[in-house]
Design a protein around this ligand. Structure first.
Ligand SMILES: *Cc1c(COP(=O)(O)O)cnc(C)c1O
Length: 339
């Protein structure tokens, strides 16, 4: 039994999802003629109380297109120093949109409205880039699945409006936050100009992300998606998996969160563990003692059939997901205790 906990992207479609995919009605989506893609887009837009949505092959492309439609080359994007759009998208914000990233020194991937307010104030002359976009991430990836305080997000939205800044949410794991904090998609739809969500993370679809926003923004996004090479043909087979995921695999995220908490409890008792970051959703980040090489720890766990991932700086990450069964949880807890 291999236990793969490197990410929540390792899941494979279950029978019900595969059946939905095989039975999907499809057409050429580049011509807007795939009924299943259209259905998914309408469903998600409605879910968030927003005007329109667009299906993407990846979360990276959805974020990159959002950045592109909100900015001009030379503009400034504000984000946390741990942001995925800055750290993990291959330098795409600079490459695709030519934007400068202003990194805010937040806590577990989250900054405060006060920090942002200080960052947006400054000289407004020819020496400095135009402030154009704020991008936040919920839950935070590098921050260990942490969830933003919604009241803080409302304050940040005010700053966005007062300063004429676009407000984008990288919601690759937004549904984890919604389930953990008992929040609704509509709440987020009201605050943000654009939201990206991943269907291929905790929700368990094999491929796919969605960008949501106004009709006008999505018309621009459609053009940029084509330009970036993201126009897909009979994509309804994939969209069907997304619909299945949204209808059947959202509530169960709570189980992933519960398992993550149980793993955290075990790690707290292990003498070789230096620190466990707070666990709010399905990501566990912990540090081993200085006398243990984290890469060596990962290798030894791998030899027992348990795959974990290094986040650098001695940080190790575990991500729970729908293919991580109760039986696997028992084995993992045992191996961690006995290490
Ligand atoms: C996974 C992820 C993305 C998108 O990643 P893809 O692998 O391109 O789908 C974007 N933002 C965050 C925070 C993520 O965790």
């Amino acid at each position: 039994m291999e236990i793969n906990l490197i990410s929540d992207t390792v899941t494979k479609p279950i029978k019900g999802m595969l059946e939905a995919m095989m039975n999907a009605e499809v057409g050429d989506d580049v011509f807007g003629a795939d009924p299943t893609v259209n259905l998914l887009q309408e469903k998600v837009a409605k879910m968030f109380g927003m005007e329109a949505a667009l299906f993407f092959p990846s979360g990276t492309m959805a974020n990159q297109v959002a950045i592109k439609i909100h900015t001009q080359p030379g503009d400034k994007m504000f984000c946390d120093k741990w942001a995925h759009v800055y750290n993990f998208e291959g330098g795409g914000a600079a490459f695709n949109s030519g934007v400068t990233s202003h990194l805010i020194d937040g806590d577990r991937g989250m900054f405060t409205a006060d920090q942002l307010q200080k960052a947006v104030i400054g000289r407004g002359d020819i020496h400095v880039p135009f402030n154009r976009l704020i991008c936040i991430e919920n839950t935070t990836n590098k921050g260990g699945g942490a969830c933003w305080d919604f009241e803080e997000l409302k304050k940040i939205e005010k700053i966005a409006r007062n300063n004429d800044l676009a407000f984008h949410l990288d919601g690759a794991r937004l549904f984890n936050a919604l389930v953990a904090k008992n929040e609704t998609p509509e709440q987020y739809g009201e605050l943000f100009d654009t939201i990206s969500i991943c269907l291929s993370k905790g929700l368990g679809a094999p491929v796919g992300s969605i960008l949501i926003g106004t009709k006008e923004h999505m018309e621009k996004a459609l053009r940029v998606r084509k330009l970036f090479g993201g126009g897909m043909r009979q994509a309804g087979f994939l969209a069907a998996a997304g619909i299945y995921a949204l209808e059947n695999q959202v509530k169960r995220l709570a189980e992933d969160h519960q398992k993550a908490k149980e793993i955290g409890v075990v790690l707290e008792t292990c003498s070789y563990v230096k620190k466990v970051e707070p666990i709010e959703t399905n990501i566990i980040i912990f540090y081993v003692n200085d006398d243990i090489d984290s890469m060596d720890f990962i290798k030894k766990m791998e030899a027992k059939g348990i795959l974990l991932i290094s986040m650098g700086d001695g940080k190790i990450r575990i991500v729970t997901h729908l293919d991580f069964t109760n039986e696997m949880l028992v084995k993992l807890k045992k191996e961690l205790k006995n290490f």
